[in-house]
Design a protein around this ligand. Structure first.
Ligand SMILES: Cc1cc2nc3c(=O)[nH]c(=O)nc-3n(C[C@H](O)[C@H](O)[C@H](O)COP(=O)(O)OP(=O)(O)OC[C@H]3O[C@@H](n4cnc5c(N)ncnc54)[C@H](O)[C@@H]3O)c2cc1C
Length: 337
């Protein structure tokens, strides 16, 4: 079991900035996120949109801000458990918390910061009766490790950025062609990606089915075949090893509501007059996931909350030490070895 000073649940902008602020106080952090990438809403919903209200940046792309936050946190060597949802929190008699993920991974720390935003991003699943029989047996809703799919016959469903980006990736990195199935003829994805898919289709690297959808799955144990319904054409059955229905992710507060925390307006109530601690001492909530009088769901507000929360975390972890705030311009950045 991994032991650290602070377990941060949620690797969005606020969780990432908390690593930096904790690092300045010599506290080590480990982040857990349900999605396989860092960045929260900025990565999942609007990576190419410019943000105009980050202090000191008249404009910055959301994806760029996340890259910068990762760079800023890197001297403090945070650990990451990505693609796993924090499911349970148990308090031990010695005062430590153990966080267990949906994959059974366990982490231990005396302090937890929940930076879970609107909740964990969960895949939107297609309505196929036998779907659950094939989950993780050929049906995957996220690409955690693309290498694991190389050499396999892959079909992807969806018309957004994620579906097209992965179709392009596998068309360019796999020996056999990739199938792409989309319900309509228009796409929500970036124009560049749509053009790239059309080019790869001409080169015979993508089998493209528009006005079509996967309606049934077959296989004894693992998935071996999908059935595709097409507009004005007969259904077809195609042999596959992997089907990736990539219909986007929607946030769900989910397990956070089972941890005994005071919840109001679908968010965790915290004490904003002190330190953003929840009703459970040692568990803080920062960023979009918390609520208090006057709360604004803005990135810069989350950064402020993270900064104050780690001050209190330091006192919990080092009850006998005093911390004197020094400017970074004075003390510089002393990262971890
Ligand atoms: C289209 C759009 C435009 C926006 N524009 C702006 C803007 O211009 N300026 C601005 O300040 N704000 C803007 N926002 C709001 C801003 O994105 C949020 O305030 C910010 O993302 C909050 O950051 P966060 O780190 O608190 O949470 P998020 O970014 O929501 O990240 C939370 C992370 O926690 C993870 N998580 C949750 N529960 C669990 C769990 N149980 N286990 C594991 N992981 C979990 C989620 O998967 C997610 O990755 C915008 C939002 C949207 C949707």
């Amino acid at each position: 079991m991994l032991k650290t000073d602070i377990i941060i649940i949620g690797a969005g902008p606020v969780g990432l900035f908390a690593v930096f602020e904790a690092g300045l106080m010599k506290l080590k952090c480990h982040l857990i996120d349900a999605i396989p990438e860092v960045g929260g809403q900025l990565t999942e919903i609007y990576p190419k949109k410019p943000i105009y209200d980050i202090p000191g940046y008249p404009t910055i792309l959301a994806g760029e801000l996340i890259n910068n936050l990762m760079e800023q946190a890197s001297p403090f060597k945070p650990g990451f458990t990505l693609g796993e949802r924090a499911e349970k929190i148990n308090k031990q008699v010695d005062g430590n918390f153990i966080v267990t993920t949906n994959e059974g991974t366990k982490h231990q720390a005396p302090v937890i910061m929940i930076a879970g935003g609107l909740g964990s991003f969960e895949p939107r699943k297609p309505k196929i009766d036998v779907l659950h029989n094939f989950e993780k047996k050929g049906v995957e809703f996220m690409v955690k490790d693309p290498e694991a799919f190389i050499g396999k016959k892959i079909f992807i469903s969806g018309g957004g950025d994620s579906a097209l980006d992965w179709a392009i990736y596998f068309a360019e990195n796999n020996d056999s062609s990739v199938g792409l199935v989309h319900r309509s003829e228009s796409f929500r994805a970036h124009k560049d990606s749509v053009e790239k898919v059309a080019k790869l289709q001409k080169e015979g690297k993508i089998d493209f089915y528009t006005n079509a959808e996967v309606i049934d799955l077959k296989g004894d144990e693992d998935l071996t075949m999908i059935e595709i319904k097409q507009k004005d054409q007969p259904n077809i059955k195609v042999k596959v090893d992997v089907w990736l229905p990539l219909f986007g992710l929607s946030p769900k507060l989910g397990p956070i509501t089972n941890w005994g925390l005071a919840i109001e307006k679908n968010a965790i109530k915290v004490d904003n007059t002190l330190d953003y601690q929840s009703n459970i001492p040692g568990i803080f909530a920062i960023g979009d996931v918390n609520t208090y009088p006057g709360k604004l769901k803005l990135i810069l507000c989350g950064f402020h909350e993270a900064t104050l929360a780690v001050q209190k975390a330091y006192k919990i972890i080092n009850p006998d030490k005093r911390f004197t705030l020094k400017y970074t311009t004075v003390q510089g950045i002393q990262g971890f070895e």
